[in-house]
Design a protein around this ligand. Structure first.
Ligand code: ATP
Length: 396
């Protein structure tokens, strides 16, 4: 987990494994299936515009450069190979460890027959918490097909582990790209946000609330400038489109109604998008306190400011956009559909000459990197690792 801070999981419910097992996709083609099946399924779901062949000659993303450079990760992948069920490795060649989550390991794999690269998320489902997270993730992934939402290819399900074959995102996390590109404007921010809003709006239309939107869960599909941005990590997602009550999420991104334990809706995702927009435009967090109590207090009071760099250089429209997302009253908060039509998003997408905010954003992120022992340092973990490892991040 990245951006900070321990994720708050929902309490394990009793529905658990039975419903999980029932809802799992039927093991797909693991036994004697069509070897081209992953590719065909993607083509069917996404239409001809969707490229199923990830170009191997493309340079790796920032975060993956880190991983690839580190030979130890390859060794770890070899170690994890042994943990993989032979029915999975019969179909997919394990190439490298990408990362790990609370209940998961994600590896880069290659489909043995087609040589196509994918990611496999291996989840431990013996413990109730892992089962819950896996169940949430699968229930959503089995239902979705959208250019801005990570695509499930197939699932292998065993009593102790579930293996989700996913499309491989090689373009890195949203903030990594902000840092590495050396130039970042409001226009760039709106271009990224439009993709996120398209994905989130699609989920909300299906009655799905993500509940853990944050920059680390937004991955670029490939390193190119024209890459799609994908919403990932549905471990806390739920189908409770109208009213929910469980307290969960990542503290800095939690909406006030969640913290106040009020019934809530998919508007909590829109609050998180307000927090993300604030971070993307400034490199700092709107709500940031040393103690969790103080953090929660400032969130429920909506206590944040546009002080300090780069806010004087940021347009009033952008601030209005953030304010309408960070509205304490969830009923007045922008919906995904309204947000994508907000004047700032519409006009900035068409604008060509706007200020470069990159220096301030990098400086703010770097300050966090320097506070390595603080809670804040882990908040922007990937980006700060990028900064620490000497990426070119200041060009203006
Ligand atoms: N389809 C994918 N393509 C490329 N990288 C991925 C993919 N899915 C996950 N990752 C990366 O793998 C790592 C682990 O992800 P995972 O979703 O298992 O855990 P997490 O979300 O980081 O942690 P937690 O589950 O504790 O919140 C992360 O760095 C994530 O960006």
């Amino acid at each position: 987990m990245g951006c900070g801070n321990s994720k708050v999981l929902p309490e394990a419910s009793k529905k658990s494994y039975v419903s999980v097992v029932q809802s799992l996709v039927a093991f797909s083609k693991a036994h004697g299936g069509d070897d081209d099946e992953p590719k065909k399924r993607l083509e069917k779901q996404r239409g001809p515009w969707f490229s199923t062949s990830v170009k191997c000659h493309q340079p790796p993303s920032n975060s993956q450069q880190l991983i690839i450079r580190d030979g130890r990760q390859q060794d770890k992948a070899a170690k994890y190979k042994d943990k993989f069920d032979p029915r999975v490795t019969a179909r997919y060649d394990i190439k490298a460890l990408i990362g790990r989550g609370s209940f998961s390991r994600v590896v880069r794999v290659e489909h043995r027959a087609t040589r196509q690269p994918f990611a496999i998320k291996m989840m431990e489902v013996e413990a109730p918490e892992g089962r819950e997270v896996c169940a949430s993730e699968l229930a959503v992934l089995q239902r979705v097909s959208h250019a801005n939402v990570i695509q499930l290819i197939e699932v292998f399900q065993f009593p102790q582990r579930v293996y989700m074959v996913l499309e491989l995102a090689t373009g890195g996390e949203l903030l990594d790209r902000v840092v590495s590109r050396g130039h970042f404007t409001e226009r760039d921010a709106t271009q990224a946000l439009r993709m996120v809003l398209a994905g989130v709006g699609y989920l909300h239309d299906l009655g799905i609330t993500h509940r853990d939107l944050k920059p680390e869960n937004l991955l670029y599909y490939h390193p190119g400038a024209d890459s799609r941005l994908l919403v990932t990590d549905f471990g806390l997602a739920t189908f409770g489109g109208t009213s929910m009550g469980t307290t969960c999420g990542t503290p800095e991104y939690m909406a006030p109604e969640v913290l106040l334990r009020k019934p809530y809706t998919c508007a909590v995702d829109m609050w998180a998008l307000g927090v993300i927009t604030y971070i993307v435009l400034s490199g700092s967090m709107p709500f940031e306190e040393d103690s969790r109590t103080r953090l929660y207090r400032s969130i429920v009071r909506g206590k944040y400011s546009f002080h300090g760099d780069p806010w004087p250089s940021v347009s009033n429209l952008a601030k209005d956009f953030i304010q309408r997302l960070l509205a304490l009253d969830s009923a007045t908060r922008l919906t995904a559909d309204q947000a994508i039509r907000h004047c700032w998003v519409v006009t900035m997408a068409a604008s060509s000459s706007v200020r470069n905010l990159h220096r301030s954003i990098s400086q703010n992120l770097r300050q966090r990197a320097s506070r390595s022992t603080s809670r804040c340092a882990s908040m922007l973990s990937t980006s700060t690792r990028s900064l620490a490892s000497g990426y070119s991040y200041s060009s203006d």
